[in-house]
Design a protein around this ligand. Sequence first.
Ligand code: FES
Length: 162
Amino acid sequence: MTEANTLTKKKKVDTKPLAGILKKYPAIGESLLAILQDVQLEYKYLPEVCLKKVSNKLELPLNQVYAVATFYNAFSLKPKGIYVIQVCLGTACHVRGAPDIVDELERLLNIKCGDTTPDGRFTLESVNCVGACALGPVKVINGDYHGHLTRNKIEKILKQYK
Ligand code: FES
């Protein structure tokens, strides 16, 4: 079982906010995207129980709901940590050593890229160009940009978020 799955099992999802979201929209297929956006905003991911309820409410097959939920990068099927670390692996950052930055973060956090630490504190992701190529390699933590990264700087930066 992955760490993210462990997190999912531990937390029971409160579906009251979902009920409020579903009331806002007509129960038709065209509402799907807007509803998923609201669910992502509310829960910070798309819990399975919510996807099933959306499927029932809109009378859409569950696989169709999942198809939309997995198509857009803005949606996540896994709960994310308090701090989401996005390491840019765009070309400019890649050639300046971004893969080493990912390796170091994986080592320090003891997770693989795409996963969340068991304490729910950090999620590690890779992204493509975040528009700060001159600062490469770059990582973004909850909107804070950290540039000109080296392996040696990573631990110190993480300590700011503990
Ligand atoms: S390639 Fe990393 S910010 Fe552009």
